[in-house]
Design a protein around this ligand. Structure first.
Ligand SMILES: Cc1ncc(C[n+]2csc(CCOP(=O)(O)OP(=O)(O)O)c2C)c(N)n1
Ligand SMILES: [Mg+2]
Length: 325
């Protein structure tokens, strides 16, 4: 098989995994089995898949409240994700965090946290460590267009630019922050210029085109590794579901209803599938079947896992005096 087709098949595997996992999570929300808030990124899969393909296993990623895709694309365990969402002890955060608190240290997923913009400075901190210790790693901060409205993103960009840190700022511009459209929050559609003020090279890319995302991410990562400092990517995309939960939020306004129809036609996964079929790949149905079997196994294991012990709810809350100082 042509190596480009193999590369694209890998991206398909990641994007289909993210899509079907999130659709499964949507079912768990609707049935009431998943009780904590879940934010789905269905429709945005090419950003996680493209960026994570451009980095190495030892690089780190950081995310926010909508990070199932980042976690899976970087190699986080599917079973530990579903178990976390179901609040089980085998979850990646021991069942204490739920959908919005994902971590997998071994895979370089050092934290997804729902305080908007909060992990961006942490990614910069990691990049500072790489630089100080001359480690050839890069850190990736995934955040939304709403996060740009928070101070820590700008402070982080300034520091990263000043010290030429190996960090990539990946802004997933899905046009909405909760229920507010970008045009209700900003005077201009200019997030691609967010890095200008700090002399950080910034690029706008079609976030539904996995090839395009990969290419800009790779350029930024190569620059960062060469000691040339951070990069900023604005990935234009759209979430098909609502801000939180399984619904599509089309009742939020006429605008969103029209936009959704428009964006459904730009399905990033379907684009990859069409290209694979054009390139002669004929076994997508078999691959889909294996994916369903994998998902069913992971969900069954998560369901069977034990619930955390209520008597230990305060574990990890307090730092014992004298420890870790
Ligand atoms: C500091 C902070 N302010 C407000 C919120 C409430 N909140 C949660 S998600 C969200 C919207 C974030 O929008 P964006 O960054 O574009 O990410 P998206 O939801 O579109 O992926 C807000 C305002 C929060 N969690 N943290
Ligand atoms: Mg947004």
């Amino acid at each position: 098989m042509h190596s480009m087709t193999e590369w694209l098949l890998d991206r398909w595997e990641t994007m289909a995994l993210v899509r079907r996992t999130e659709e499964t999570i949507a079912d768990l929300i609707e049935s009431g089995e998943a009780r904590g808030p879940c934010h789905l990124a269905i429709g945005q899969e090419a950003v996680a898949a493209g960026v994570c393909a451009a980095i190495e296993p030892e690089d780190t990623v950081w995310g926010g409240h909508r990070s199932h895709g980042h976690y899976l694309a970087k190699g986080g365990s599917l079973e530990a994700l579903l178990a976390e969402i179901l609040g089980k002890t085998t979850g990646c955060s021991g069942g204490r965090g739920g959908s919005m608190h994902l971590i997998a240290r071994e895979q370089g997923i050092l934290g997804t946290v729902p305080i908007v913009a909060a992990t961006v400075p942490l990614a910069v901190g990691a990049a500072m460590k790489y630089k100080m210790r001359s480690e050839a790693c890069a850190a990736v901060a995934f955040f939304g267009d709403g996060a740009i409205e928070e101070g820590p993103v700008h402070e982080s960009m300034n520091l990263a630019a000043l010290y030429r840190l190996p960090v990539i700022f990946v802004c997933e511009n899905n046009l909405y922050s909760s229920h507010l459209h970008a045009s209700e929050r900003r005077v201009a559609d200019n997030l691609d210029r967010a890095g200008d003020f700090h002399s950080i090279p910034s690029e706008r890319v079609d976030g539904n085109d996995v090839h395009a995302v990969y290419e800009v991410a790779l350029r930024a990562v190569e620059r960062a590794r060469a000691g040339k400092g951070p990069g900023f990517l604005e990935c234009r995309t759209f979430r098909w579901r609502g801000h939180v939960g399984a619904s599509a939020d089309v009742d939020v306004g006429v605008r969103r209803r029209g936009e959704l129809t428009e964006w459904l036609a730009k399905d990033p996964l379907l684009r990859v599938e069409s290209e694979l079929i054009e390139n002669g790949v004929r076994d997508l149905a078999d691959r889909r079947k294996s994916l369903e079997a994998r998902l069913a196994r992971a969900l069954a294991a998560a369901r069977q896992a034990s619930e955390p012990d209520g008597a230990r709810a305060a574990d990890h809350v307090w730092q014992e005096a004298g420890c870790g100082r």
